[in-house]
Every structure is written in structure tokens, then in C-alpha cells.
Design a protein around this ligand. Structure first.
Ligand SMILES: [Mg+2]
Length: 256
């Protein structure tokens, strides 16, 4: 365990690791305090795109964990960075929440529902049939289709709900155009995370609850991986994947 605390940078998934919906998971608060007490750089890296870093900071604060907004990196920020680096000052039709729209706006992307360069799909309660029709039309007319993250489903307080990939697939099917996904396990997001932490991959560790995003992202980026069983993955599920995490713990409580 001491070896893990020797790591120089910590990338931490949120849902299923730190909290379930609005319920803080046991050990999360002590874990963050240990990192802070030891001056360890850490970054919460989440595929959810609906909240801004400041909103995530306030959500953790309500649960008793206090850290600055620059400790959060979301698939919304990663998508905005990707789109603005591909095509600076471009335009987009967006299906998503304030966290995504704000991130794109801050990166200089202009909202456009007539002839945008991109159609960008995130998650949230504002997705509707009318917007989906518009998105299909725009993609058929040449707009590039981008998804914030490739999760098919996500956890909620009311059980499993469709996530970005499930929401974008009707647009892919109706247009014949496959979307490009930016969030984990895309190495784009991991590289930016390491850069924000200021550490090399071999000095970092990623802690997550999903094999097909967190763990594969770590493996493919050369980062040591910790799977916690407090989220969507049970011990029996691990053998269904052709790869393994380096460490497995019941929850974040057991990491240090
Ligand atoms: Mg998770």
C-alpha cells in the first residue's frame, strides 16, 4: 500500500468511486485528505459532461470534500479542447447540459443550429426527439458527429439509465455516420490529465470502477490501474474482459 502512496499523480473517476449519485461512498473523504496531507497532485476525471468543474467542486463540498475547481476534468472540457484544436472558432449544434455548452463556449465554439461544422451530443435531461431530428438533418448535410463519451449506460439514483452512446446511436443509424467519442478511454483525455498533473504516465495511477473506460484507459496510456468494486463492476465480471487491472480493492477505503 505504501507503494501506491509513492505515486506522484492520482487520476480518480468519480461515479462509483467517490459517490453514487448524491451519496458519498465510505472512505472517499479520508482518501482525498490523505492525498492533500501528502501534497499529492490529483485530478478527478469524469466522463459525465453535464456539470462544470465549479459545479462538481460544489457537489463534493456538499458531501464534505473540499478541493479547488482545477482538480476536475470532464469529457465536456475534453470535447471542447478537441473541437477547438481541430477547428478553431468553429460552430456546433449541441445536445447536452450547461457543463458542455459552457465548455464549448469558453473554447470559442459558437452555437449554430442552421449549418454547424459539428453536431455534439452529451448527456442529460434536455435531450429530446425534436433535437434528434435536427441533429440527423445537420449530420446528413455534412456536420461532423461528436460524442462526449462512449459510455452506453450510466448509474443514477433510479437505476441504470442510457448514456451518451445510447443517445447518439439513433443519429448514427439514421445517417450512416459513426460518431467520434472523446472521453475515457480515448487517450486524448488521459494525456491532458497527465499534463494537468505534471507527471509522467509511469508515475501516475488511475482509480476507477469501469473496466471498459477507466481500466482500459489506464492500460493503454501506460498508467497503473486500480479497480474498485464499489461501482458497476463485481469481482465475477473481471474475467469477462481480456485485460486486468493491476490492483483490485473493494472500495477506495482500502487503497491506502
Ligand atoms: Mg465510474
Amino acid at each position: 500500500m505504501d507503494k501506491l502512496l509513492d505515486k506522484k499523480g492520482f487520476i480518480i473517476d468519480m461515479d462509483g468511486v467517490i459517490y453514487h449519485g448524491n451519496r458519498l461512498l465510505s472512505g472517499a473523504k479520508d482518501f482525498v485528505k490523505t492525498l492533500q496531507d501528502n501534497n499529492k497532485p490529483f485530478l478527478f476525471l469524469t466522463n459525465s459532461s453535464d456539470r462544470s468543474p465549479e459545479e462538481l467542486r460544489q457537489k463534493l463540498l456538499r458531501m464534505g470534500i473540499d478541493c479547488a475547481a482545477d482538480h476536475f476534468y470532464t469529457s465536456a472540457l475534453a470535447t471542447a479542447k478537441f473541437v477547438s484544436s481541430q477547428s478553431p472558432a468553429s460552430s456546433a449544434f449541441v445536445m447536452g447540459e450547461a457543463g458542455l455548452i459552457t465548455a464549448l463556449h469558453d473554447a470559442g465554439i459558437v452555437m449554430n443550429d442552421v449549418d454547424p461544422e459539428y453536431v455534439i451530443v452529451g448527456e442529460g435531461n434536455t435531450l429530446n426527439y425534436e433535437n434528434m431530428l435536427k441533429a440527423v438533418n445537420l449530420v446528413r448535410n455534412g456536420a461532423k458527429l461528436i460524442g462526449t463519451n462512449s459510455d452506453l449506460t450510466g448509474p443514477s439514483e433510479n437505476g441504470i439509465i442510457p448514456a451518451c452512446r445510447a443517445m447518439i446511436s439513433p443519429i448514427e443509424l439514421a445517417t450512416g455516420k459513426p460518431a467520434y467519442f472523446v472521453g475515457k478511454p480515448n487517450p486524448l483525455m488521459m494525456r491532458t490529465g497527465l499534463k494537468m498533473l505534471g507527471v509522467h504516465s509511469e508515475d501516475a495511477v488511475i482509480i476507477g470502477d469501469r473496466m471498459d473506460t477507466d481500466i482500459i484507459a489506464g492500460i493503454e496510456s501506460g498508467i497503473d490501474t486500480i479497480l474498485v468494486l464499489s461501482g458497476v463492476t463485481s469481482r465475477n465480471d473481471i474475467d469477462n474482459f481480456p485485460y486486468r487491472p493491476k490492483y483490485i480493492f473493494d472500495s477506495i477505503k482500502d487503497v491506502f
